[in-house]
Ligand binder design. Sequence first.
Ligand SMILES: [Zn+2]
Length: 196
Amino acid sequence: MESSRDNYNELVSQDKKLMKYIKALEENEEVKQYKKLLKKREDLLKSIKYAYNGILKEKYINCNHVWAILDEKTLKKEGNSQNYCICVKCGLDESVVYKKAKCDNAIVLSDKEKLMYEVLKSGEHKKGIYINISSNRDLIKAVYDYLKALCPNMSDEELRERFQNEIDNLADIKGEPSKEREAAKRLNVNVSLLRK
Ligand SMILES: [Zn+2]
């Protein structure tokens, strides 16, 4: 019967053979070229990400914001007691400042949130108009996407008015399942989002 030692020795010997093949392949010019290209691509992807972040930051800085208030439920769930706004157009989210303070560590912020934090901290975002409504992030985004597709060229004032009407309307139909389903279909969201 094969002993544990024999089994071990056999496996080590197999590994040695494998390493010999791998080493030989590493000396191959095509393999060398392949590894070089992989490294080049890795660097390129980093640059692409950096360039994309630049675009995103410009978007946050240059947007004439249309602010909506994050609803109490959302804020409470995230341990917030203060009111925060989110721009329905670019998604700049003031609650990121709170998130940063709570963690006191930028590592837990996503790359996007870190960018938001930089813009919010610089104070370059304090402009635009306010919609007098509060809602959760997903619904705010869904309503904006819906309205934007419906009237791509609307002015900010028009957006504010339509947004307000849409959210008011959603509040009115709350608790009426068939109307909720209809609205969810129109906004392309799960009906549960309207019942939050
Ligand atoms: Zn904005």
